[in-house]
Design a protein around this ligand. Structure first.
Ligand code: 1GP
Length: 270
């Protein structure tokens, strides 16, 4: 459904309305079968997009295997639902999108890719070099790019270190506003405010609000969001999508994950 026409995916990702949840799967943190089970539980709970990626330990092999396993699991669930008149097979129309740390974390079968500039990196590698390496394979595979300014805020964690980011302080409204306007002026369609995976402090609602007030980009927020109440604060400040990664990895059983995410998503939009 997503691959035939990229505009379908872009409309879906960039549309306004109720804030939605993204489950981030790091292919280095579990095998592909486990990843697929987690995604099925997340979709039942209400997650509306799946990101596949991680700052370290990803390559085209584990990324591709994970993307395929997730897509197969969703297709199977969709087919099962289509055989049951009481089930809604549309529930399973959830895109699997790459969230790459570098050009080698690619899968040609993914439904889309966050095509990011790590805007506050000191390194050309994350500003343009990895993008140059990835651009042709992405185009040839017809994977839809979602243009995105990626800005790492304090504390920044691993991605802040690896990405050599000049972290945005929680009260630097002027600077985050400049990044937001810059991202919009470049023609990006979205901006991701990142505090770093496992951050002890999520992105400050004040920073999110400043971005919301200064541009009309779709806003994604992630890093250190561990409960629905924190997610709701981000949503009230203007976030369109909330991304969680670590929250998922703490569960060995899919049922426990489903219940936790259901509560999380309900609270996020309450
Ligand atoms: C990391 O923002 C994401 O890129 C998710 O962070 O693992 O802390 O949920 P967490």
């Amino acid at each position: 459904m997503w691959s035939s026409d990229g505009s379908v995916l872009l409309d879906y990702v960039l549309s306004d309305g109720i804030a939605r949840h993204i489950i981030l799967i790091d292919p280095d943190s579990q095998d592909s079968e486990e990843a697929a089970k987690r995604c099925v539980a997340a979709v039942i709970a209400g997650s509306r997009m799946i990101f596949v990626g991680g700052s370290t330990g990803t390559d085209s092999n584990n990324v591709h295997e994970t993307v395929n396993a997730i897509q197969e699991a969703l297709e199977l669930c969709s087919w099962n639902a289509s055989q049951d008149s009481s089930s809604d097979s549309n529930l399973w129309e959830v895109p699997v999108v790459l969230f790459p740390a570098a050009a080698n974390a690619f899968s040609p079968t993914a439904d889309g890719i966050t095509f990011m500039m790590l805007m506050n990196s000191k390194s050309p590698k994350f500003l343009i070099e990895e993008q140059l390496k990835g651009a042709t394979p992405i185009k040839q595979a017809n994977v839809t790019p979602i243009s995105m300014g990626y800005v790492v805020c304090a504390p920044g964690g691993k991605v802040g270190e690896v990405g050599q980011a000049n972290l945005i302080a929680e009260d630097d409204i002027e600077l985050i506003t400049s990044y937001a306007i810059c991202a919009e002026s470049y023609g990006f369609s979205s901006i991701y405010l990142e505090a770093g995976s496992g951050a002890n402090q999520p992105v400050s609602p004040k920073l999110i609000q400043a971005v919301r007030e200064s541009c009309s980009l779709t806003i994604l927020v992630g890093g250190g969001i561990k409960d629905g109440k924190t997610a709701r604060m981000a949503v009230n400040a203007g976030a369109d999508w909330i991304v969680t990664g670590n929250l998922t990895e703490g569960f060995s059983d899919a049922n426990g994950l489903q219940i936790t995410l259901q509560t999380f998503i309900t609270e996020m939009n309450s």
